[in-house]
Write a protein of this length. Structure first.
Length: 156
């Protein structure tokens, strides 16, 4: 999305060469950034790419407005693929607090309409395979705050 020059009366009389004008840029609180169609981003893992218990971090180049994780293997419910927003090795609460979503069978998927710049996917079996799809905004990933707290890293 291109920058747009807008007039801000609070800046009139400023020493800025633009006077009361300032550049519009998308940001986390900008509604329009989430209303337009997102830019597609797709990645994932195929059977044999991971080892049992491996966790993979997917970092998006810009803030996502929605993500979908789709499980493709048929390893069964005893070998789930987990989706979470904090590394399970940084806080035992991710696992003990059940701060993850299990995808238990082939073609299970979850779409989350959330803003984030990264997501973790854990494989419980070496043959787990999945696809991660994100709808990206034009908001720089560096503007996104860390996702922590209740439901993500805290027990309750």
């Amino acid at each position: 999305m291109p920058n747009t020059t807008v007039y801000n009366p609070n800046r009139s009389g400023s020493s800025s060469p633009d006077g009361g004008f300032q550049r519009y840029q998308p940001g986390l609180g900008n509604v329009g950034s989430y209303q337009v169609s997102g830019t597609p981003w797709i990645s994932g893992s195929k059977a044999g790419d991971t080892t049992a218990g491996q966790e993979k971090l997917f970092k998006f180049p810009t803030v996502a407005k929605a993500i979908t994780v789709h499980r493709r293997d048929n390893e069964g419910a005893t070998k789930p693929v987990r989706v979470h927003f904090a590394a399970s090795n940084t806080s035992e609460n991710v696992t003990n607090g059940v701060h993850y979503i299990n995808l238990n069978s082939q073609d299970d998927s979850i779409t989350l309409n959330i803003k984030c710049s990264e997501v973790y996917v854990s494989s419980s079996h070496a043959n787990n395979s999945y696809t991660v799809i994100a709808e990206l905004t034009s908001i720089p990933a560096g503007e996104m705050y860390a996702l922590t707290g209740a439901g993500i890293t805290d027990w309750n």
